[in-house]
Design a protein around this ligand. Structure first.
Ligand code: MN3
Length: 329
């Protein structure tokens, strides 16, 4: 089973200038071969299929637990994409003649035509993520080696997206994921080392990414997040600490297991985008119904959930809205 917390793994900036082309590039980190859907579902299936768990408990715990963190990475990539798409369509009360015309040929048309300006399980070319990306052979050494390779490719893609997209949400996202992916890469290398004696940690850094020089990585490194594996369960997966220990192959600092999930932060409540009916052409009507339902159920009149921006959904900046309006004329 999985327990869900309504928070995201790290802080992302609120929507500013929309960047639909950048959002399309960030999709690679969602549904690409080396994207977060791949890390999440590779480790998930490997843990589901794991035989003789009691006999190999530290390795089972490691894989199953990292799968838990990867769910949060999917969520974070989606939050970044959605932030970047916010404000890309005009905020109209009445329907313009062609409110989506300015988006023709910009970014991924599916973001607007199939979705409501939201992330999709696709890569940067708009091709759907596929289960063919899941490798779950059942052979522990093979699966762990594969996972090391998967994290290596994932870091490569994160750096390339960082270098292609300058939007602050994409930069905050890739800065964080580079650091966390680095920890998972170390974890799988160490697991292979513990199991076979083969020292994959000698391959570090692979790829050669000087994360300490990337401004968006630095706060996470300063906090020590490059050394920490969080345990995403109140009572389970204890034995991962039997594998994840010793020195970090690049810095020599001690690896640390934190016995709880990271605290996370509330996400920004991104505003309605009426031009794509998200959540409706007239979102205030749904809000009214929601309020009535809460009161009827004996709950407070105001929403109970926690969002980064309090009760008002974050609006894109005035200039961003003006530009979107101008584009739609
Ligand atoms: Mn990840």
């Amino acid at each position: 089973m999985i327990r869900r917390i309504d928070r995201i793994a790290t802080e992302l900036p609120p929507p500013t200038e929309p960047d639909p082309a950048g959002a399309a590039a960030v999709q690679e980190l969602m549904g690409g071969r080396f994207g977060e859907m791949s890390t999440f579902l590779n480790y998930t299936f490997q843990s589901f299929n794991f035989r003789n768990r009691q006999g190999a408990r530290p390795f089972y715990d490691l894989i199953a637990n990292i799968a838990g963190e990867e769910f949060g990475h999917i969520e974070l990539v989606a939050a970044a994409i959605n932030t970047m798409l916010t404000g890309a369509t005009p905020e109209t009360n009445g329907r313009n003649k062609a409110p989506l015309a300015s988006l023709k040929g910009v970014g991924n048309p599916h973001h607007f035509l199939a979705g409501g300006q939201g992330a999709l399980p696709q890569n940067s070319q708009g091709r759907p993520w596929t289960g063919d990306y899941v490798f779950s052979s059942g052979d522990l050494v093979e699966d762990l080696t594969h996972n090391f390779f998967l994290e290596t490719g994932a870091r490569n893609n994160k750096l390339k997206v960082y270098e292609m997209v300058e939007h602050p949400a994409a930069r905050a996202l890739t800065g964080y994921l580079l650091v966390r992916g680095g920890v998972h890469q170390v974890a799988y290398a160490r697991a292979v080392e513990r199991l076979t004696g083969a020292d994959l940690t000698k391959l570090f850094p692979t790829p050669r990414i000087p994360t300490e020089k990337i401004p968006e990585c630095r706060p996470h490194i300063k906090r020590g997040d490059h050394l920490r594996l969080y345990r995403f369960s109140p009572n389970d997966y204890l034995e991962l600490a039997a594998v994840f220990n010793g020195p970090h192959p690049e810095t020599g600092e001690d690896l640390v297991v934190i016995d709880e999930a990271p605290e996370g932060v509330p996400a920004h409540d991104l505003p309605s985008q009426p031009a794509v009916f998200a959540p409706d052409y007239a979102p205030e009507e749904i809000a009214e119904i929601a309020e009535k339902l809460r009161v009827k159920a004996g709950m407070p009149k105001a929403p109970t959930g926690e969002v980064a921006n309090g009760r008002t959904p974050t609006k894109p900046s005035r200039t961003a809205r003006k530009r979107a309006a101008a584009r739609s004329k």
